[in-house]
Design a protein around this ligand. Sequence first.
Ligand SMILES: Nc1ncnc2c1ncn2[C@@H]1O[C@H](COP(=O)(O)OP(=O)(O)OP(=O)(O)O)[C@@H](O)[C@H]1O
Ligand SMILES: [Mg+2]
Length: 249
Amino acid sequence: MKTILISNRKGGSGKSTTAVNLAVEFSKKHSTLLIDFDTQGHASIGVGLSSVEENGSHSIFLNSTLSATFRPTICENLTLSPALEFFDVYEYSDISGILKNRFKKEKINDFFEYCIIDTAPTYDSLLKNALEVSDIVIIPVVPHYLGIVGVEQMFRAIYQMSLSVGKKPPKVFILPVMYNPHINEHKESLKKLIENFGEDKLFSPIGTDIHLATQFEYKTPSVLSNKRSKGSNDYKKFAQELLDKLKGS
Ligand SMILES: Nc1ncnc2c1ncn2[C@@H]1O[C@H](COP(=O)(O)OP(=O)(O)OP(=O)(O)O)[C@@H](O)[C@H]1O
Ligand SMILES: [Mg+2]
């Protein structure tokens, strides 16, 4: 199993939208687990469910198994571990290794080919737990000045956090999202991202597409309900590029 962490401390940068469409796209050919590790529960909503008040992903910090939190979704090969809505991460501010331990004890690797983890826009013990099990990190970023600053901060944060838990830092990639080629700042920021991090660190951008916003209201991911929309095509291309990178790694 390969585990993909979707993370950016910057809020509203397309993490949940990316996690949902990627998970659904992967599940068309591969058994996939989506862990919603953000108590906002937006990834859970994105696959037609919602956050829960018990037996959510965060219940592993309250002695639950991870498998006890699994729910089927609208996609046959996609399992969701939904967010636990009222989990207070600050009561567990110094905890690491719990998710890693669950993966090992429950042999999660044997049941899924891919695991995708959506995280909150925070730097906390949830991110640490997620990072410990991840092979690769995707940072979705809206291409503008503070977006670039945020990516630089994330690279440093992931490096620091990996060192603090004694893990080799995972490979980190950037996914430009909500990209509009008619906006000069977007074009310039994309160039800057390539200059600063190298072309091989960037995936093809996801354009701005209203279907990617309305999908949450309709509780059906865009790659399922609006198969031919620009946003869906962009996410399909991204999923393929990621699969190619994972095969090569
Ligand atoms: N490519 C896109 N085109 C248009 N709207 C988008 C696109 N990507 C995301 N959105 C919308 O932008 C908003 C933020 O996206 P999303 O919730 O995925 O970000 P996030 O990083 O998960 O946010 P948070 O930090 O709160 O978890 C949402 O309303 C979403 O529907
Ligand atoms: Mg989110």
